[in-house]
Design a binder for this molecule. Structure first.
Ligand SMILES: Cc1ncc(COP(=O)(O)O)c(C=O)c1O
Length: 422
């Protein structure tokens, strides 16, 4: 008995130690350091979380699908969900696609008390009979890194992606066949541990739910105005800003409400004494500007401890550099730099980028009582719009592209991606 309790205490201490080491390595800034496998603290046993072990139980009571035009983001859910349970002794149980249902959790469950919870957001896009996922390996890798940051278990990305693709296949009729519309996919991992102790959980659940969604901008692009108030920070060194953990989002509600009350639709998150520009709302931010050498360049803050490595951000950088053959740099950019650029007429446009909207044009930033206008070029001259067109055509499989993966190809193992993409 005593031996057991000593062993268990040692395990806990070791876990804490590994957790600490993991978070140290997780906070290195190089993209290399953000790759899969770098900080898997609870790798094994993976158990039975395998595509070949997936079971599917179809609902006998399917919902009537709503009119796609009336969809409100995140309100309508599909008929099925994916569920996989984990415990520290046996590892993962076999994955199950089951009818969508409420969860039963103990009120002591540590995800409810200490936000031991992380999630992802990606979409399935339909073109005719084909359904595509956009860079799902990036979401899978990011979810694994978020899990590691919280002491939640890791899983094998390929197996997870195949099971998620099976769920999308089951819900194929829930993917609206209309450009701009899609099926939003929400993978989530929660601690199910019954404890009020702040401890690495020994029990967890991964689930994936799906929600059909309409276009972010219903009637044309409406540029957003931002409020930059340095009194609030979204993320800080040593924190969790580069992981997609629920705990990052709750505290943004009050600043967001304040921004709305003042007439701004989003918060521009600043960091540090020099008021570095980091992110906008739940999007990465880009500025298209005239560089010192007179060339037009796209800039975005570098990845590190306070920036979420967005899939859209990475795709924008890739497309601008490799397809549009234009300069794109990851560089620290402060409010002082921005104000100088505005005063010198060097800002051409600015936009947020994320899965929900792809790109969201920004037309003003309010900072320390002054509003700084940002040009919004007409569609044909706008880099944001050119990116929007290009990314949508990839997402809907209109052009063959390494970023788009047909769900059938994922399931059959034909789809290939770089498992190391961050
Ligand atoms: C804080 C934050 N930044 C950026 C993004 C954009 O990331 P992605 O392009 O992967 O959707 C998101 C959305 O997930 C986010 O929540």
């Amino acid at each position: 008995m005593l031996k057991k309790s000593i062993t268990s205490t040692c395990n806990r201490v070791n876990q804490q130690r590994i957790l600490f080491n993991c978070s140290r390595s997780f906070h290195k800034t190089q993209v290399d350091e953000l790759k899969d496998d770098k900080c898997s603290i609870r790798k094994g046993p993976y158990g039975d979380f395998l595509h070949t072990s997936l079971t599917i139980e179809k609902t006998t009571n399917p919902l009537t699908k709503p009119a796609w035009e009336g969809l409100v983001f995140g309100k309508q859910f599909t008929d099925h969900m994916l569920e996989v349970d984990w415990n520290s002794e046996k590892g993962w149980s076999n994955p199950k696609i089951v009818p969508y249902h409420d969860l039963t959790l103990p009120p002591s469950c540590s995800s409810l008390h200490y936000a031991i919870q992380c999630f992802e957001g990606l979409k399935a896009y339909k073109n005719g009979e084909d359904v595509f996922l956009f860079r799902p390996e990036m979401n899978s890798n990011r979810l694994n890194r978020s899990c590691a940051r919280l002491g939640l278990p890791n899983f094998q990305g390929e197996e997870f992606i195949k099971c998620m693709a099976e769920l999308v296949k089951v819900e194929k009729d829930w993917v609206p066949a209309k450009k701009g519309y899609s099926l939003y996919i929400r993978p989530t991992v929660i601690s199910t541990e019954r404890t009020l102790g702040v401890l690495p959980p020994n029990n967890a659940k991964l689930f994936v739910i799906c929600s059909p969604v309409g276009p972010y901008f219903k009637s044309g692009f409406a540029p957003v105005k931002l409020l930059a108030d340095p009194k609030y920070v979204r993320a800080f060194p040593g924190g969790t800003g580069n992981a997609k953990v629920g705990a990052n989002y709750g505290p943004t509600i009050m600043p967001q409400l304040e921004a709305i009350e003042k007439g701004y639709s989003q918060v521009l998150w600043l960091f540090g004494a020099d008021h570095q520009i980091t992110e906008v709302g739940t999007m990465n931010i880009f500025f298209y500007r005239i560089a010192d050498n007179g060339e037009k360049e796209l800039i975005t803050p570098p990845l590190g401890e306070v920036i979420l490595p967005g899939v859209t951000r990475s795709s924008v950088l890739h497309i601008v550099k490799n397809e549009f053959k234009q300069p794109a740099r990851e560089v620290t950019y402060t409010m002082e730099d921005f104000i100088k650029d505005v005063e010198n007429g060097r800002i051409l446009e600015s936009f947020g980028a994320g899965t929900a909207c792809v790109v969201a044009p920004i037309n003003a930033i309010s900072y320390q009582g002054k509003e700084y206008p940002i040009p919004v070029p007409p569609k044909e001259e706008s880099l944001a719009m050119k990116l929007w067109d290009r990314i949508l055509s990839i997402q809907y499989g209109e052009v063959p592209h390494e970023f788009a993966h047909n769900v059938e190809d994922i399931i059959s193992g034909k789809s290939k991606w770089n498992p190391q993409s961050y």
